[in-house]
Design a protein around this ligand. Sequence first.
Ligand code: HEC
Ligand code: HEC
Length: 346
Amino acid sequence: MVKFSTAFFYSIFLLFAHQGCLTSEAHCPSCSTDSLSFRQAFFFPPIHFPEDNYPTECRLELGKKLFHDPQLSADGQTSCASCHALTGAFTDGQSVAVGHDQHQGMRNTPTLFNVGWQPYLMAEGGVKSLEQQALAPLLSTHEMFNSSQGLPTAILKNECYQTLSQKAYNRDLDFYTVVRALACYERSLISYDTPFDQAYYFKKRRMSPEAERGWQLFQSDKLACIQCHALPFFTDYQFYSIGVADSTDLGKERESYHIENRYQFKTPTLRNIELTGPYMHNGSLRTLEDVVEFYNRGGDWHPKQQDHRIRPLGLTPQEKLDLVSFLESLTDWNAVQNHSFLPLNQ
Ligand code: HEC
Ligand code: HEC
């Protein structure tokens, strides 16, 4: 074991020492312009790609580098990955996101794993594609704050980006290529290899007895978790008010202008949920135990839009533990440690 870890650290050292000798231009990955298919689970539906943005290696590499580059923001300090960090399953551990110049946002950062399957984005579902979504943080004062005049000079002058942009989209780097490359990278963020999947889909290994009991509760008519957090992504992509106390965020009404949508939010995926706390659109619940307590008491406030399934559940202490164990069986440790999601020089 000791020998193994010494060798491991030595190889990491060599890797960095080697990279240290390279110029920034040499960091530029070589890439193929052939179309690429992402490895994904047999139990996920086919992923939909827009006609002008089928994945290729060059598009993916460009998106991966841009996603992790703070120079994409006006102050040179905030990248997409500042909030969507791999180690947190592409979240930041904050209640609500903090962006450019320490501006406080109003929402909790969601995971980006399996985001390619989302039919619409954001908690009110107002954004239709990842290409369209990527523009929002680039222009938002709370996040990265570039003026719509153009991209930062440091990005435009980067020869590697220009080369990749030409190879990927046959044109110079601009907002058109940046948002498409970011979206291409985001569609590659696929995660499915969890203890739950091993047991339920691959039928290779059992879950722990606690997690198995939690899974039974999760599917039960009484708890009805699975009715909204549906397989295989643990979301039905619909909108509900579940009684998270917050009178400032109108939720889906912001997008639909219908009062019946007030305080309704998109059902979030529960894959990798153990790593994506704090929870709920405003990050008001700190731990999974807090979330289970929240459902057990039937939510915290009761606007008339609240879904009828959210009501006191009367769970025993053991049932609460079982439910948390089940939620923890949805963590894909291989994915969050998979460095191929990061650019080479990270
Ligand atoms: C300051 C933190 C921050 C930065 C920087 C940031 N995001 Fe986000 N991101 C968020 C928050 C918070 C939300 C949730 C917004 C909402 O629901 O209203 C979000 C939502 C998203 C979503 C929608 C996910 C869903 O489930 O609907 C995508 C996609 C996304 N971000 C991609 C990006 C990309 C690409 C970048 C870089 C160009 C980026 N983000 C930069 C905080 C951030
Ligand atoms: C009526 C649909 C519905 C039911 C039933 C339901 N949920 Fe949810 N769940 C949601 C919605 C919508 C949210 C997001 C609410 C928000 O952000 O304000 C959510 C949020 C969560 C979160 C936090 C996710 C995150 O990323 O912040 C967890 C964990 C969770 N639910 C687990 C459960 C469990 C366990 C049950 C069963 C006891 C359950 N849910 C029942 C719709 C539902």
